[in-house]
Design a protein around this ligand. Structure first.
Ligand SMILES: [Zn+2]
Length: 309
């Protein structure tokens, strides 16, 4: 994206504005289901327990930083290490967009992920890699185990195994594999399976992978309950809602947010369009068309939350 393209056109294209605005006017009140603090003072709504699940002791990574490695051993021939790293970093970025965490990639690693370890045998190296999942784990495409100490409590190790017995199938659907990794990285943050069926962190049966490529409000609330919301969470929750609700303008789903020149944005290659936020303003730009102010980000947050984002 050329920075200049944001500044050149100010003519208003009414179609997308009308569609987004009318949707916001039709929005229902914000559901308490997605609130991390459902009993907030002043709420007249009945208290509804959040549906996400975290450990009762709420272990977390110190400062929200997860240093991790990738081990390419057993990686299927149908996918390259660069492709895997792109999927992993894209998935991590989705979590970073909504809550105060940072997946910090440190390189490839020969240490293997060990999801059968005990606290006494963990290596305290966070590794993502491929192995044949066996025994009661053999039915899973991916599996994460994590451990925490008595201090904090702080997470001290988290490993992700992607099932190499399903390697050809998984590598043959990289969008699906990215969605699987997004779910498993939620576990690496110490988020358990949600009771909310629309959540990416819901357990079996999983939602479709196309669905699971976009985090939902319940996922954001789960992560924020441990690490706090990120400063750009509102913009990203609106982006998430937009890409799943208005495919005619924003496709495909699962696009990474980027930053340039003060804009936080997603570029959607299938529709050749940008959705951006700057200084709490939401902006739409079809490439070759007009830069279109849509109003304030916060104006769209309530309908986004009501729609499950
Ligand atoms: Zn899971």
């Amino acid at each position: 994206m050329a920075h200049r393209s944001w500044q050149t056109c100010t003519q208003t294209a009414t179609t997308v504005v009308g569609l987004l605005i009318s949707h916001s006017l039709l929005a229902q009140p914000v559901s308490e289901d997605f609130s991390a603090n459902p009993t907030a003072a002043g709420s007249s709504e009945p208290s509804v327990h959040p549906r996400y699940v975290v450990d009762a002791r709420q272990p977390k990574w110190p400062d929200g930083v997860i240093n991790y490695y990738y081990n390419p051993v057993n990686q299927p021939a149908q996918i390259s290490t660069d492709q895997m790293l792109n999927l992993i970093q894209t998935a991590g970025r989705k979590w970073e967009n909504v809550c105060n965490v940072r997946f910090n990639y440190l390189g490839t690693q020969t240490a293997e992920p060990d999801v059968n370890a005990t606290f006494g045998t963990i290596d305290r190296i966070n590794v993502i890699g491929w192995q044949a999942l066996t025994g009661n784990k053999s039915g899973f495409d991916g599996y994460v185990a994590w451990w925490y100490d008595g201090v904090g409590p702080n997470l001290v190790d988290a490993d992700m195994v992607i099932n190499s017995d399903a390697g050809e199938r998984l590598a043959g659907d990289q969008k699906g594999l990215g969605a699987l990794i997004t779910h498993e990285m939620g576990h690496m943050l110490a988020i358990k399976h949600s009771d909310e069926q629309t959540s990416v962190m819901f357990a079996t049966p999983y939602n479709t992978y196309a669905f699971q490529n976009t985090l939902r409000g319940d996922d954001a609330a789960a992560c924020a309950s441990l690490y706090g919301y990120s400063s750009l969470s509102s913009a990203n929750r609106v982006f998430n809602w937009a890409e799943q609700t208005f495919p005619q303008f924003f496709a495909p789903t699962g696009i990474n947010s980027l930053d340039l020149g003060g804009y936080h944005y997603r570029y959607f290659p299938a529709t050749n369009s940008y959705l951006a936020a700057k200084d709490n303003a939401l902006i739409y730009l079809p490439v070759g068309g007009s830069l279109t102010p849509l109003g304030e980000v916060e104006q769209y947050l309530a309908p986004a939350i009501a729609a499950g984002f």
